[in-house]
Design a protein around this ligand. Structure first.
Ligand SMILES: Nc1ncnc2c1ncn2[C@@H]1O[C@H](COP(=O)(O)OP(=O)(O)O)[C@@H](O)[C@H]1O
Length: 187
């Protein structure tokens, strides 16, 4: 099974993806984690994307599509992927469909975690205080939310049109959201 966890920044995608990895043996493919690892390693890619992440902008479709494509064999071997933070643009979604189709696979389900902006801002304030991730500072976070609304939210009709979208209330605690995701997946 291939699953997309969809939602705004700080919606809880990474937390829920990690739980699904443990519970279902799938592979988490987080473009945010991959990009941060590239930055931490000081690689050429890391140097190229560092300022983009710090600004809260999206890196190019080309870069993230290549990162994902390189990991698809591993996900296939594990029996499925949880895409977390990818796709973020319609072009990325179309590329993902094409890459999977080439391998005789597809996206089975898109889970949208719904969390209102006030709760997101509150969560990110806490994460910034705890982890100090530069792009979690309040000003940059506002920009990331705007980028989400402008470039990523248009993916909702894309997946709704494919009949793959399920909405899950992401406002509850971690266990409640996990239960709602499980219910959606096992329905
Ligand atoms: N699919 C993507 N396309 C373009 N940029 C991306 C993508 N995934 C991650 N990024 C970059 O990495 C940053 C952090 O992403 P991520 O860790 O998914 O954040 P969060 O889950 O907190 O929203 C984004 O703001 C963006 O700059």
């Amino acid at each position: 099974m291939n699953l997309i966890l969809f939602g705004p920044p700080a919606a809880g995608k990474g937390t829920q993806a990690k739980r699904l990895v443990e519970g279902r043996g799938m592979v988490q493919l987080s473009t945010g984690d991959m990009l941060r690892a590239a930055i931490a390693s000081g690689s050429e890619l890391g140097l190229k994307v560092k300022d983009v992440l710090a600004r809260g902008d999206l890196v190019t479709d080309e870069i993230v599509i290549a990162l994902i494509e390189a990991r698809l064999p591993e996900a296939e071997a594990a029996g499925g992927a949880i895409f977390d933070g990818f796709p973020r643009t319609v072009a990325q979604a179309e590329a993902l469909d094409a890459m999977l189709a080439k391998r005789g696979a597809k996206i089975d389900s898109v889970i949208r975690l719904k969390v209102d902006d006030a709760a997101l801002t509150d969560r990110i304030g806490k994460r910034f205080a705890e982890q100090g991730r530069a792009d979690d500072n309040p000003e940059t976070f506002k920009d990331r939310l705007a980028v989400y609304n402008r470039q990523t939210a248009p993916l909702l009709p894309y997946y709704e049109g494919q009949g793959k979208l399920t909405e899950v209330d992401g406002m509850g605690d971690i266990a409640a959201v996990a239960a709602a995701i499980d219910a959606a997946l096992d329905a």
